[in-house]
Every structure is written in C-alpha cells, then in structure tokens.
Design a protein around this ligand. Structure first.
Ligand SMILES: [Zn+2]
Length: 196
C-alpha cells in the first residue's frame, strides 16, 4: 500500500496524483479512504505526512531505507518495553534490527515440521511456559506427580530438565560442548576461564 502511494506521489501531474490530492483535501480522520489509511500508517511509524511526501517524494531507495528504519524503530521500542516489563521475556534478548533479524531460536529453523516443533519447545522453555511435570503437579494440587517421566529419579523442574536428567545426558553433552567452544571463542576464552 505504501509502495503504491509512493509510486503515485512520484507521478506528478497524473490523474492518479490529482485524485490523491483531492482525497487528501476532503478526507477526515475517521473515514476509510486510501489516503486516510496511508496517513494513519505514516503517523504510526512517525514518518513524514502524506502531504509532505506528495509535495516532495523521496527516491525509491531513500524511501525503502527510511521505511525500514521507521518500522524497525517502532517494533524495537515496543518489544524492548515488553521485554522489560514481562517476566516471561526476561531471558529473550532482543537483537538489533529485530523485524528483519528474528531471534536465534527461529533463525535456525529449517522448513520442516521437526525443526518447527523443536523451536516451539525451546521458546516455551525460554519463556517459562513449558508445562514441566513439577508445574503440572502444582496446578493439579499434586494429583499429577511431579516426577520426571524420563529418569523417574527426581522432580521434573527446569533445572532438572536442562542440567541434571541422566536420560538427557547424551544430548546435553553435545550441546554443552558446542556452547563451551562458542564461549571460548568469545572474549578469547575469558568467560569460560573465569568459571573454571
Ligand atoms: Zn529426569
């Protein structure tokens, strides 16, 4: 919609441009005209007004850059606010340019059902919304047992699931090895050595 608006804005003297000018003159804040919807989007992303753009339309390249930055700034500010206020998001780091740069959990998903399921599970674990047995037990007033269904040695808490469960040891070892190698790369190993 914005691309169409910019194209028409750049067609100075055309019928389409004149219609837009006319719509701009007669539109009110409450109608559902094309120009009104455009104005609301521009306002939402704190971009120049429709009138300003029509008078002085930017090149496609500049417009694309400006639009991308505005959309990123808008969502970045909203998501930063949510990360700071919602406890479920405290372990999710917001990356630069978040609209085009999804969280690593989603970025490494390949286009198959198994990968998507894995990512969903990771997301639930990171946001504390995965229903571990200990949580199910709490909500059911202990009708459901909190025991880990894999090893049956302990309650299935997040710590147990991620760090202790012996039945997940093999998978954990592979991930830990990768993690430690990565941490050794970061800061030339400073992070890892400090914890030895
Ligand atoms: Zn276990």
């Amino acid at each position: 919609m914005l691309a169409l608006f910019l194209s028409i804005s750049r067609l100075d003297g055309s019928i389409e441009h004149q219609i837009l000018e006319w719509e701009l003159e007669i539109s009110t804040e409450f109608d559902n005209s094309f120009i009104c919807r455009i104005s609301k989007i521009l306002q939402k992303y704190q971009l120049p007004t429709a009138e300003e753009i029509m008078k002085n339309p930017p090149s496609k390249y500049i417009w694309k850059k400006q639009l991308q930055k505005a959309i990123n700034d808008y969502w970045s500010s909203i998501w930063t606010e949510e990360c700071n206020t919602k406890s479920t998001l405290k372990h999710l780091s917001l990356q630069n340019n978040p609209v085009n740069n999804p969280h690593n959990i989603w970025k490494c998903v390949r286009n198959n059902q198994y990968d998507i399921k894995k990512a969903e599970l990771k997301c639930k674990l990171v946001t504390g919304t995965y229903m571990l047995q200990s949580i199910k037990a709490k909500f059911s007033k202990n009708i459901v047992l909190p025991d880990c269904k894999l090893c049956k040695d302990n309650d299935e808490t997040l710590e147990h699931f991620l760090l202790e469960c012996t039945r997940l040891g093999d998978v954990r070892q592979k991930c830990m090895a990768k993690l430690v190698n990565k941490l050794r790369e970061i800061e030339g190993g400073g992070w890892y050595n400090r914890r030895q």
